[in-house]
Design a protein around this ligand. Structure first.
Ligand SMILES: Cc1cc2nc3c(=O)[nH]c(=O)nc-3n(C[C@H](O)[C@H](O)[C@H](O)COP(=O)(O)O)c2cc1C
Length: 362
């Protein structure tokens, strides 16, 4: 048993020599992920619509992570311009995230291939087999989201080269299951392809715990959204710095007949109004003033353009301030390189403390 004195020793300040030793260990644990991505660290900057453009993406890649452009609703022409502009700002690898519902998905894949994008992340549901095949035939690696073990296995059969498992703690569109549980379900089983974990990760020691469980790396979004290089409005960044974990809540659905896509963001005037709006629409449906389809559309329309309003215009009261629970770990606006250096430092300290604990037990 570790005595109180030993416990104190375990948490004593970590020396540079100890950190150097831990660096090799961290490098080994991340090797599969960083070799797959072609980056120094197996840390993906999760694509965030409106935020993950040339400045943030190049800053993440230049700092040793792996930046990912969020294509969102961009046209093929706009995406091509963004890829070229990003390439002008970094000579390191970066990826592109495409939403599978985009009506021009195959043209967007072509744009990525034409511009030698090495990694395509297909988000927003199970990707069509044709998109996976086209991307792979064109020489790109395909990454997809696995929301459950059975889907992870299916995606591997479909040919994806890596998986992201994203917990409900994450910012943006979310599934119902926490990363803690998804990781236990998927990491011990899936060894065929690298698996990256996402959702709620804000510190390097948390990353190490998932690497220990078999993850190949981590994807972070919230932690990078308020970085100095992010083009987000100053008010959006301030909301992140002020926000606590419990402020980042999932959207509320009032009536199961009218499904609401779950999105996690900071609660504000807009999220309160969304509840009132749903109640009003449901009343009008019940009184016969709206058909079911019209009512559903009115509910869905509420958030149209709302992320842009928050990120670009700075309307953090009425816009959609998508953020994960790790927003509570964002305490200042920091350059990306500093955020990554902090994550690496925390990871090294966690490895050192583990070694001290093992040595104390020996
Ligand atoms: C503001 C915001 C916008 C996002 N937009 C997208 C998106 O367009 N496509 C996507 O696949 N994921 C999107 N995400 C999810 C991130 O890529 C990432 O997986 C997630 O933020 C990781 O969890 P974390 O927020 O706890 O770090 C978004 C997240 C945030 C916070």
């Amino acid at each position: 048993m570790v005595s109180e004195v030993m416990e104190e020793n375990i948490y004593a300040p970590v020396t540079d020599t100890e950190k150097e030793f831990a660096r090799h260990s961290l490098h080994r644990a991340c090797q599969r992920g960083s070799a797959f991505l072609g980056s120094e660290y197996a840390i993906l900057g999760g694509a965030m619509s409106w935020l993950s453009e040339r400045h943030l993406v190049s800053a993440i890649s230049n700092a040793g992570g792996f930046g990912v452009i969020a294509c969102g609703a961009m046209s093929p022409e706009l995406l091509e311009a963004e890829i070229l502009a990003t390439r002008a700002m970094t000579d390191r690898p970066f990826g592109v995230n495409l939403i599978t519902m985009h009506p021009q998905l195959s043209e967007l894949v072509d744009v990525c291939l034409k511009n030698s994008v090495g990694h395509i992340v297909l988000a927003g549901g199970i990707p069509p087999a044709a998109a996976i095949k086209a991307a792979k035939d064109g020489g790109a690696k395909v990454i997809a989201f696995a929301p459950a073990l059975v889907l992870a296995k299916r995606l591997i059969k479909m040919g994806v080269d890596a998986l992201i498992i994203e917990g409900a703690e994450a910012g943006g569109h979310i599934g119902p299951v926490s990363l803690t549980v998804l990781a236990q379900e998927i990491l011990p089983v899936i060894r065929e392809v690298p698996v990256f974990v996402a959702g709620g990760i804000g510190r390097g020691d948390a990353m190490v715990s998932y690497l220990d469980m078999g993850a190949s790396g981590a994807q972070l979004g919230t932690r990078f959204a308020a970085a100095s290089e992010s083009i987000a409005h100053e008010k959006f960044k301030k909301a992140f710095v002020r926000g606590n974990a419990r402020d980042a809540v999932a959207s509320v659905q009032l009536d199961p007949r009218f499904p609401v896509i779950p999105v996690r963001g900071l609660s504000n005037e807009g999220s309160q109004q969304f509840i009132v709006h749903q109640a009003d629409v449901i009343n009008r449906f019940q009184s016969g003033a709206l058909t079911r389809e019209e009512a559903q559309l009115e509910i869905e329309h509420f958030w149209a353009g709302a992320l842009r309003r928050a990120v670009i215009d700075g309307d953090v009261e009425h816009g959609s301030v998508m953020a994960g629970q790790s927003v509570g770990l964002v305490r200042s606006v920091q350059p990306v390189a500093e955020i990554i250096a902090d994550l690496v430092d925390q990871a090294l300290e966690a490895i050192v403390r583990r070694k001290r604990r093992l040595d104390a037990d020996a």
